[in-house]
Design a protein around this ligand. Structure first.
Ligand code: SAH
Ligand code: SF4
Length: 365
């Protein structure tokens, strides 16, 4: 089994074509070039329907059209922020809503000439892990996204913005490693020369610390980047804000990271949201520096994005600078990520099911 079955709305009885790899395209006795041709229509020419695939025999087009749909989602809402970040709200075929966020390179971070265009994408509807600070987990888990629904976010964001995405972060709604098989199939489609052609090194998967899945990834040949949402250097702090820590405590997580590091020889990133009075004291910074040095990991410090209805706050600039200073003094490579898109609640970790559901009819009228 490659992915969980998707509940389909009564009107959406066709299977999603984007879930398939070209080898699986249902063309018995067709020469291999035909499958390549169809992939080209789908991913390069971005055909909106099978009918448009003019180089295919008409009978095939009709047959594919009866059995499959090319449309995984539609744009329900698009919002821009002053920093040119754009948030897309997608409606999936069963009516569920997820979001992606398009983030242009920050000149301050990557240099004036950077043409990096990052898309932050969702992997699940909701999230089962319930981190206390995160909007995505507030309303629980609804379902996994299929591979095609993951890929379609990129294609639709490119269409909506008339641009090409060249960097991906799996930091939207959901826990990517809890949807492992669908995620990997999506990544294969994203990587493939016949697919979206975005290299594995330009793809970062973020996890809240699913130890068995990290170990599985360590044995996986794909060269994607891994980011660990640490947010606390001790069990005491992590237990308070991340329920998953009770299952996979810090020592187990660090051991899994060490194994990943040993097998992959790839730099890991620790993400660390700074939350006022919760995890931002210098003692945590010192312990974080120790973990990072041991694993030769980079640290991404992220000022907490306030979530409506949650009591957490962003620390003062002075306090965040002091935290960063502790890492710097210990020569741990660290960046402070200025969250983009906060004006539109689009920064990662702010995608909340209930809010967008409640807002939906109002905005559409
Ligand atoms: N579930 C995965 C990936 C999605 S969350 C994970 O947890 O890593 C992507 C990132 O956004 C994580 O590092 C998460 O901790 C962070 N995040 C969640 N809520 C946030 C908030 N309110 N402010 C800043 N970052 C947040
Ligand atoms: Fe889920 Fe990640 Fe949010 Fe935690 S931070 S609730 S794992 S999306």
């Amino acid at each position: 089994m490659t992915h969980a079955p998707r509940p389909l709305a009564p009107s959406a009885t066709k299977a999603l074509f984007l879930d398939l790899l070209p080898d699986e395209y249902p063309l018995t006795d067709a020469p291999p070039f035909r499958k390549r041709q169809i992939a080209e229509w789908v991913f390069k020419k971005r055909a909106a329907s099978f009918t448009d695939m003019s180089s295919l025999p008409a009978a095939w087009r009709a047959d594919l059209d009866i059995r499959f749909t090319l449309r995984a989602l539609e744009l329900a809402r698009s919002q821009g922020a002053t920093d040119a970040t754009r948030k897309f709200l997608w409606r999936l075929n069963d009516g569920a809503l997820v979001e992606s966020v398009l983030i242009p390179a920050s000149p301050a971070l990557y240099g004036e000439t950077s043409d990096r265009l990052t898309l932050c994408i969702s992997t699940q509807v909701g999230c089962a892990y319930g981190c206390r600070f995160c909007a995505s987990g507030l309303d629980g888990f609804r379902r996994n996204l299929s591979p095609g629904e993951i890929v379609a976010q990129i294609m639709a964001a490119e269409t909506a913005s008339a641009s090409r995405v060249n960097n991906l972060v799996f930091m939207g709604m959901g826990e990517p490693l809890a949807n492992y098989d669908n995620l990997m199939r999506a990544i294969d489609i994203i990587n493939a020369p016949w697919g979206l052609g975005i290299g594995a090194r330009h793809i970062t998967v973020s996890t809240s610390g699913l130890v068995p899945a990290i170990l599985r990834l360590a044995d996986d040949p794909r060269q994607i980047r891994l980011a660990i949402s640490l947010h606390g250097a001790t069990d005491e702090v992590r237990d308070r804000i991340m329920p998953i820590n009770r299952k996979y405590p810090v020592a187990d997580l660090m051991e899994a990271c060490a194994q990943y590091r040993a097998k992959k020889h790839r730099v890991l990133t620790f993400e660390y949201i700074l939350i006022d009075g919760i995890n931002d004291d210098p003692a945590q910074a010192r312990l974080l520096a120790e973990h990072a040095r041991r694993l030769r990991a980079k640290v991404n410090l992220i000022p907490y994005n306030p979530v409506h209805g949650l009591r957490f706050r962003t620390p003062s600039d002075a306090r965040m600078a002091a935290f960063a200073g502790v890492l710097e003094a210990r020569r741990v490579p660290a960046t402070v990520r200025r969250e983009k898109g906060t004006g539109i609640d689009a920064a990662c970790g702010q995608l909340r099911l209930k809010t967008i559901r409640a807002e939906e009819p109002k905005r559409r009228s």
